[in-house]
Design a protein around this ligand. Structure first.
Ligand code: PFF
Length: 515
């Protein structure tokens, strides 16, 4: 009866999951976060976060998807009918993320072209604003102007590629794309890192990055940064990992997979930190400034600072510039594919339609919404959405997910049994304590702090926002999106599933008694 799509091989799944995890978060978020949060000392909270939240939650999500074999909403429905909304909530937040993530990839495509001959000139910041159609008179926050063709066209290309891949299915589409993108990304990135660490001044950058500031690890904010980074970076609570693991073979080693994906992602993160800081050290040396003056994260690092580095490069500027932006495109595409698959799978199961129709419906809607980011005010919307999602988005859903699964439904024992039945590493006290106690406490504390800070308006303004608009714009925009995703999620639960889908899960009935 079961004819669910499946990965061709275990490696295919691992590459796809690593492809999802390794994204812009690794390249432009991790290096600056680690640097600002204690440098070398940051590795302590970071590793603890990986081992007490990242990998345990990954195991939980892999087990849920593997056991219930459905998109996130279907998986949560099969876990307990009352938790379907949780799956949709994550899916709709993912929908929003996908719309702006696609725009960043579109910029990176254009920048890989601009890199050849350094078309961005000496003033890379002004170039970025011009490129995005933002003039001195300004397109204010919340206002959108007309379309910017240089963004619109690559954006449409990005969507065409993603939808084509998803249209081809799990094995022939997603798996093949990741089999190409991920090895290519690793090779390109290694070339960049090897070149970067041999640049003059690289040592100063690496020293700045690795020098531990142990006084910082007593700061709660550093721990919050570590847990936040791990969450975002591992694509946890985005509905992604549940969806991907639902296509696993019945006998796949869940826990082993989670360790490979978790450590694989962190290794790439470390590599990115080394590459980025070596390059920053070189730039600082050329400009005769201390490294701290050139450190940046996010859009500023990729689209303002990196072009400067490429300008200064001692030879083959065009090639290295192209490779850097190509690596952003590859890392971004494999993450985008995974996030779009969450709603393709969800829509297909909920509306009982084929994959192709779900790709047209979900992908078509996402493409339309993402056109917003190809307008003149697009950067402001993007920054607002990104800031909010980074701060709250997924970690908040993660907290709700853990509390519901562990404390409300009390499913930890069932999940442990399931994972242990197929895995070679057996889960015990470490895993239960991490999910039952440590993760809820740390995330709960983190959310409490964020709510307090933002609601009371004590929120500091030095958060890397683009100037010219208020935090209120970001916050209300962000809250509206988060609440909107939840409301949509609740509405979707009103539509009934095809009864066949609910009868199909092997052990729902047995499970339900255990609640
Ligand atoms: N793990 C991804 C990253 O580090 O960039 C997070 C992600 C973001 C996944 C956006 C998917 C996505 F569309």
């Amino acid at each position: 009866m079961e004819n669910r799509a499946q990965w061709g091989t275990r490696l295919g799944f691992i590459l796809a999951a690593v492809g999802s995890a390794v994204g812009l978060g690794n390249i432009w978020r991790f290096p600056a976060t680690a640097y600002e949060s204690g440098g070398g000392a940051f590795f302590i909270p970071y590793l603890i976060a990986l081992l007490t939240a990242g990998i345990p939650l990954l195991i939980m999500e892999f087990s849920l998807g593997h056991k219930h074999r459905g998109s996130a909403p279907l998986t949560f429905t099969r876990l307990n009918k009352k938790t379907e909304w949780l799956g949709w909530w994550a899916v709709f937040v993912s929908f929003v993320i996908s719309t702006y993530y696609a725009a960043i990839i579109a910029w990176a495509i254009m920048y890989s072209y601009f890199a050849i001959g350094q078309k961005w000139g000496a003033d890379t910041e002004t170039f970025l604003y011009d490129f995005l159609g933002i003039t001195a008179e300004g397109v204010g926050p919340g206002k959108t102007g007309v379309f910017v063709p240089e963004v619109l066209i690559p954006l449409l290309i990005v969507w065409a590629v993603v939808l084509f891949v998803l249209f081809k299915g799990v094995r022939k589409g997603i798996e093949i794309a990741n089999r190409i993108f991920i090895p290519a990304l690793v090779v390109i990135f290694l070339i960049i890192v090897v070149r970067a660490v041999t640049l003059e001044g690289a040592g100063a950058g690496l020293t700045a990055f690795f020098t531990p500031d142990f006084s910082q690890i007593l700061e709660p904010t550093v721990w919050v940064a570590a847990y936040g980074q791990i969450f975002f970076s591992l694509s946890i609570a985005f509905a992604i990992m549940i969806t991907y693991s639902s296509y696993l073979d019945k006998k796949s080693d869940i826990t082993g997979n989670a360790f490979i994906v978790g450590f694989g992602n962190s290794s790439f993160e470390l590599l990115a930190g080394i590459g980025v800081f070596a390059a920053l050290g070189y730039l600082a040396g050329q400009m005769g400034e201390p490294v701290q003056e050139v450190v940046a994260g996010g859009v500023g690092l990729a689209f303002v600072i990196f072009p400067l580095i490429i300008n200064e490069f001692p030879g083959m500027n065009g090639l290295f510039g192209f490779l850097f932006f190509a690596s952003l495109v590859l890392a971004g595409m494999s993450s985008l594919i995974s996030i779009v698959e969450t709603y393709v799978a969800g829509f297909s199961e909920k509306f009982n339609i084929s994959r192709s129709k779900a790709v047209l419906l979900g992908g078509g809607l996402a493409t339309l919404v993402s056109l917003l980011f190809a307008t003149q005010g697009g950067l402001f919307f993007l920054d607002a959405a990104d800031y909010f999602i980074n701060q709250f988005g997924v970690a908040f859903i993660g907290l709700v997910e853990v509390v519901v699964v562990v404390w409300v439904l009390r499913k930890l024992g069932n999940i442990q049994e399931h994972a242990n039945s197929v895995s070679s590493i057996k889960l015990g006290g470490w895993w239960k304590a991490s999910l039952g106690v440590i993760t809820p406490i740390v995330l709960g504390y983190m959310m409490f702090g964020l709510f307090k800070q933002n609601i009371l308006g004590l929120h500091d303004t030095d958060n890397g926002n683009y100037e010219g608009y208020s935090d209120a714009f970001i916050l209300y925009g962000g809250w509206a999106v988060a609440a909107g995703a939840l409301i949509f999620g609740l509405l979707f639960t009103l539509k009934k599933w095809n009864p066949e889908l609910l009868g199909q899960s092997s052990d729902t009935s047995k499970e339900d008694k255990a609640v």
